[in-house]
Design a protein around this ligand. Structure first.
Ligand code: FES
Ligand code: FE
Length: 431
């Protein structure tokens, strides 16, 4: 990979296909991009009681998210410190301790090494267990979402999210009761490089009416099919967001939310957040490198009598290999909203963005088709992926005064260029 191949910024914005197909790139990503980022792990409500745990991945590292007996959430490397065996084999459960299946070392759910079979006899009375606890990641939370990093030098989670927090609060901060992930997590793997999902969800408004045309023609797109105005926004650390709202609306309204909660929403959010969020039709974005969210505030109500509930899906995509991606997703709702409203939001998520839903299957088929050709010698070496769309978009904010670098078009590749700039910077590549 010669540096000059990475991105020719003067007249073309290209990323070589090798970045989507070469094992060496994937291994380097784990060392650089994933090692030095706050990574989403799950939602606090997945481990509500002491002893509750779920197993997850941070890049390719197996980890346990556990709530210890004294209350805090820990993210621990799921690997015995004796010889490295996978410690916890279940996806979800409750246990105060984890015992290794090989020689029986036993760890408390805060990572402390508690038991070593015949320890005093075989290791001697001065054996120091304290240095052999499970490797613990730093943990941070944001409105119920749990993040972790093994990088001790990285800035705080709050600083990492930066002004993106303003927008996340529009979706996660609407109720003083906080948030909930009432249906837990959904996990599946698909063929394709993880960055395809990242750049798609960072802001690919261009593919919608083509790749998802059937959804529009079947009338499944709700308010997104009407007259909308949109923006793309970029933030420090490589995060990006694309937002649309119904054109020409001024009075605050949140059609996908229960009307008796509208006043509460305006009290919970700032005036700037209300202006951004009111009449919203879709907001999706990327928290660098591998968390995304899709918020469709007016897409529910397919069945007669069902509430037209907003839907917020949070997603995580882990690169199991250069061509294999593990996705987890969660429906995140205000914690104290009615059960019927959550049910409607859940149906919307499963119909649109579940593993077999039309949005997902349209996109995953295109990702798989890229995989099919990216390994070809000519494609890999001489036909880069192109990101030139709308390179001359000027800042333009007639209805929008939130933080970040705002571009007044939602059909642009500005967010993808932003993502790849930060990605290549993290990879130590010349741009
Ligand atoms: Fe876990 Fe030996 S590998 S106790
Ligand atoms: Fe899509």
């Amino acid at each position: 990979m010669a540096p000059r191949e990475l991105i020719a910024d003067s007249d073309r914005f290209d990323v070589p296909r090798s970045y989507f197909a070469d094992d060496a790139v994937w291994r380097q990503e784990l060392e650089t991009v994933f090692r030095h980022a706050w990574l989403l792990i799950g939602h606090e409500s997945e481990v509500p009681a002491p002893g509750d745990y779920v197993t997850r991945r941070m890049g390719t590292d197996e980890v346990i998210m556990a709530r210890s007996e004294d209350g805090p959430i820990h993210v621990l490397l799921n690997s015995c410190t004796h010889r490295g065996t996978l410690l916890c084999k279940a996806d979800i459960g409750n246990s105060s301790h984890f015992r290794c299946g090989y020689h029986g070392w036993t760890f408390a759910n805060d990572g402390t090494l508690r038991g070593v079979p015949r320890g005093r006899e075989l290791y001697g009375k001065d054996f120091d267990r304290s240095s052999l606890g499970l490797r613990a990641a730093r943990v941070g939370t944001f409105h119920g979402l749990v993040f972790a990093t093994f990088d001790q030098e990285l800035c705080s989670l709050e600083e990492y999210l930066g002004p993106m927090g303003f927008y996340l609060e529009c979706m996660l901060g609407v109720s003083p009761a906080g948030t909930d992930a009432p249906y837990g997590s959904f996990r599946f793997t698909h063929l394709g490089n993880w960055k395809l999902e990242a750049d798609n969800l960072a802001g690919d408004g261009y593919h919608l009416r083509h790749a998802h045309r059937a959804g529009f023609e079947m009338g499944l797109m709700g308010a997104q099919a009407g007259a909308v105005e949109g923006v793309c926004v970029q933030f420090p650390h490589g995060h990006a967001l694309r937002a649309q709202r119904t054109a020409g609306q001024e009075e605050p309204a949140f059609p996908g939310y229960p009307e008796d909660r509208w006043l509460e929403i305006t009290e919970q959010l700032s005036a700037e957040q209300v202006r951004m969020f009111a009449h919203s039709t879709v907001v999706h974005g990327l928290i660098f490198p591998n968390m995304a969210f899709v918020h469709t505030p007016r897409a529910g109500g397919f069945d007669a009598g069902e509430p037209d509930a907003a839907m917020l899906q949070v997603r995580l995509f882990n690169p199991l290999g250069v061509n294999e991606t593990e996705e987890l997703n969660w429906l995140v709702t205000p914690a104290d909203y009615p059960h019927e409203w959550k049910e409607s939001a859940f149906k919307t998520m499963q119909r649109q963005h579940g593993a077999t839903a039309f949005f997902e299957s349209d996109d995953l088929e295109n990702f798989r088709r890229m995989l099919q050709v990216n390994g070809g010698r000519e494609a890999n070496r001489s036909v880069p992926a192109n990101f030139d769309l709308a390179r001359d978009s000027a800042p333009f904010t007639p209805w929008f005064d939130g933080p970040g670098s705002v571009v007044g078009s939602d059909i642009s590749e500005v967010n993808q260029r932003w993502f790849y700039r930060h990605y290549l910077d993290a990879m130590g590549a010349d741009a």
